[in-house]
Design a protein around this ligand. Structure first.
Ligand SMILES: *Cc1c(COP(=O)(O)O)cnc(C)c1O
Ligand code: SF4
Length: 356
């Protein structure tokens, strides 16, 4: 893991601006999301300030700008956490925060505050949930047969070693026999060497298991990454692709169509295209939601149906995921924070998301 500018590849190290250097120094003094990137992901980046890979991990002084819409817990997960380390928001699915670190940090991360501070943004008590801490989670799962899928997320669970991860899977399965597992990870993209044949074989032992992979740009599908993913698809492990829509990184229909077309060619399933969550320090990545709707409409013209992810947002403040499409915008208003769109969910409740 690269945690210092001076350890970056030379062209990237030379590209650091004085403003970025000051900001990174400030991060080191504490409080903000750490600067860390894997050697592989750094190798995919170009030195330009606008490079779409560089921008995803390079701390940007704009993160410090005030954002009236920012929420420390943008998904409102604290309100859906019945026991430390578990988020249970949908009847039949529960999400375990299995690790509190990532191999590198995405500047757009929605768990930014939780990962930065060591305190709970998600009602988690701020501890990393190693198997020893799992007992209350297991008891909760064991008592709820309606839960048929357990998401294993974090942080990135692949920062745990295979034995520890297998131990977690085994205990989850014992508590809720038959439940499918979903491993939420970015590591096959950021450091494919972590994802070797032994890892794929371990995961295959826990089928039904699927992987939910966070990938935002076609350049992230490096040869090393596609080889790692082929190990999964070859063993019958489905891979769902989740992409975050971000300004000047991937807010282009042709580029997104290229990404999703390549995904289906590799046997991966585009699943969600996410409108940004309102985490602090991420406003400069936000694409206006109306523009996202237009981009998604273009994708529907450019791609075959299996290549089109659902465009969705986690409603700020705990409303859960909602698909964005025709008719979802019920109006506009101006609040103390600024102009907002009114989004109406399936139950007729209104939620608010920034208009710009
Ligand atoms: C996203 C999410 C899920 C999974 O939702 P799907 O629509 O099945 O992908 C489950 N629980 C929580 C808390 C989530 O945020
Ligand atoms: S890998 Fe996921 S959890 Fe980790 S920093 Fe990136 S978006 Fe956040």
């Amino acid at each position: 893991m690269i945690c210092s500018v001076d350890d970056l590849p030379p062209a990237l190290a030379a590209s650091v601006t004085p403003g970025e250097r000051d900001y990174i120094e400030g991060i080191r003094r504490g409080g903000a999301l750490p600067f860390a990137v894997t050697p592989h992901f750094a190798s995919l980046a170009g030195p330009g300030a606008d490079d779409p890979i560089r921008r995803q991990f390079f701390p940007d002084p704009r993160e410090a700008l005030p954002d009236p819409f920012a929420l420390d817990d943008p998904l409102g997960q604290a309100g859906h956490s019945p026991v430390a380390g578990l988020v249970h928001q949908y009847r039949d699915r529960a999400l375990l925060l299995a690790a509190k670190t990532c191999a590198g940090y995405c500047r757009h991360c929605f768990r930014r505050v939780w990962l930065s501070s060591g305190t709970a943004g998600g009602g988690t008590g701020g501890t990393c949930h190693q198997p020893a801490d799992l007992q209350p989670v297991l008891a909760y799962l064991a008592a709820r047969p309606e839960i048929t899928e357990i998401l294993v997320s974090g942080g990135d669970p692949l920062t745990l070693d295979n034995d520890r991860l297998a131990a977690i899977f085994r205990r989850l399965r014992a508590a809720r026999p038959g439940a499918a597992l979903r491993l939420c990870t970015r590591l096959p993209v950021t450091e494919p060497s972590r994802f070797d044949a032994a890892t794929a074989a371990m995961l295959a032992d826990f089928r039904p298991l699927r992987i939910s992979l966070h990938i935002n740009h076609p350049r992230e599908l490096s040869p090393e990454c596609t080889a790692a993913l082929a190990l999964c698809t070859g063993l019958g492990i489905p891979v769902l692709v989740q992409t975050v829509l971000m300004r000047s990184i991937n807010d282009d229909a042709t580029l997104l169509a290229d990404l999703f077309r390549r995904c289906i060619a590799l046997g991966l399933s585009p699943y969600y295209l996410f409108q940004m969550d309102l985490a602090p320090g991420t406003a400069h990545f936000r694409v206006p939601l109306r523009r996202g709707l237009a981009l998604h409409a273009e994708l529907r013209k450019l791609l075959p149906a299996p290549a089109i992810p659902a465009y969705a947002v986690d409603l700020p403040g705990g409303g859960g995921k909602i698909r964005l499409g025709d008719g979802v915008i019920a109006g506009e208003r101006v609040s103390a924070k600024g102009p907002e769109l009114v989004l109406r969910d399936g139950a007729g409740r209104d939620w608010f998301y920034p208009a710009e």
